[in-house]
Design a protein. Structure first.
Length: 154
């Protein structure tokens, strides 16, 4: 298998795992979902390529490579076998929080979301600015801002 095919396979596995984790977080049991369900998603990165995001179904997530801030202590519900605080996530109907996951939303082949531009899927909207990336739920008003210098949850 070539490195390119392996990379795509790894990214798709990450998307599948992230989707399963997001579904579990929303209280959806694996056996209760429709086997023929289709997941709509979009990947994009900041022009600096330091922030990578994905909007998938009812969640928006952004991970960051270089940062000058540190996340708070790992919560007890986040297993030590996965990473914690490498990014932020918001669901269409919930509050934003730090990521607890073993995958990433960073994709070096993702298109650039230019400064001043936005991408949206359903109730989720992410906007790129020179100062950082903001994602919010238009339904709940909750969201996050992430940059090299800081992050905030609202």
């Amino acid at each position: 298998m070539t490195a390119g095919r392996l990379g795509r396979r790894t990214r798709m596995l990450g998307v599948v795992l992230w989707t399963a984790l997001a579904a579990a977080a929303m209280g959806i049991a694996a056996g209760q979902s429709d086997a023929a369900s289709i997941h709509h998603y979009t990947f994009f990165e900041s022009p600096s390529r330091n922030i990578g995001c994905v909007i998938i179904d009812a969640s928006a997530r952004c991970d960051i490579i270089k940062r000058s801030w540190s996340p708070p202590p790992r919560p007890s519900i986040c297993p030590t076998i996965v990473d914690y605080g490498q990014g932020l996530v918001v669901q269409a109907a919930g509050r934003a929080h730090l990521v607890c996951a073993g995958d990433t939303s960073l994709d070096p082949k993702a298109p650039i979301l230019a400064y001043g531009e936005q991408d949206a899927r359903g109730a989720l909207r992410c906007s790129s600015a020179f100062t950082g990336m903001t994602c919010r739920s238009t339904r709940s008003g909750h969201g996050f801002f992430i940059s090299r210098q800081r992050y905030s949850l609202f």
